[in-house]
Design a protein around this ligand. Structure first.
Ligand code: AMP
Length: 156
């Protein structure tokens, strides 16, 4: 199954962290596409630095929950500490979208519940999965206008 994974970082060396996370994701599953790196203003939570966000599209052969487990292991290995809800983080990895599949479990909801309102997640996702549709209703995802979300000139 094709899965879009969102990556975000707003502490430390954001680019190095995103690239290390992408490299580790690539060891889990073949990466089919990589987005640009986007610089984005934080949404919610306390005052905090801007994020770097990106997305990759992977070909995943296991269960969705097994992918979540693996991504959470990468977050832990890269030093993510959960302190404040929506607070700054070294690395955040989300399962954004699975082609043609809905997941609704206590630990995993796909499409990601706030995907449709989050330009910082959708803009890079649509680079790696152009024309992606919501498996619940077949509607195309549209990036909401957000001046705080801008593509940088380089890819992940
Ligand atoms: P966060 O702190 O934003 O990374 O949220 C992590 C929590 O969200 C974990 O407890 C996950 O089990 C849960 N979660 C639910 N759906 C998803 C998803 N699509 N991708 C990543 N985490 C998810």
């Amino acid at each position: 199954m094709r899965v879009a994974i969102g990556l975000g970082a707003n502490l430390g060396d954001r680019l190095a962290t995103l690239r290390e996370a992408a490299s580790r994701i690539g060891r889990l599953a073949p990466i089919v596409a990589r987005s640009h790196v986007w610089e984005t203003a934080p949404v919610g939570g306390p005052p905090q630095p801007d994020y770097f966000n990106a997305a990759v599209l992977v070909e995943w052969r296991g269960a969705p929950l097994a992918l979540l487990d693996a991504l959470q292991q990468i977050e832990a290995d890269l030093g993510r500490v959960r302190e404040v809800v929506n607070g700054p983080r070294t690395i955040d990895l989300d399962v954004l979208w699975i082609d043609g599949q809905v997941v609704d479990e206590p630990r995993l909801v796909v499409p990601h519940p706030r995907l449709h309102v989050r330009a910082f997640a959708l803009a890079p996702m649509l680079e790696v999965a152009p024309g992606a549709t919501d498996p619940r209703d077949g509607a195309a995802f549209v990036v909401p206008a957000d001046p705080g979300v801008r593509a940088l000139s380089f890819a992940l």
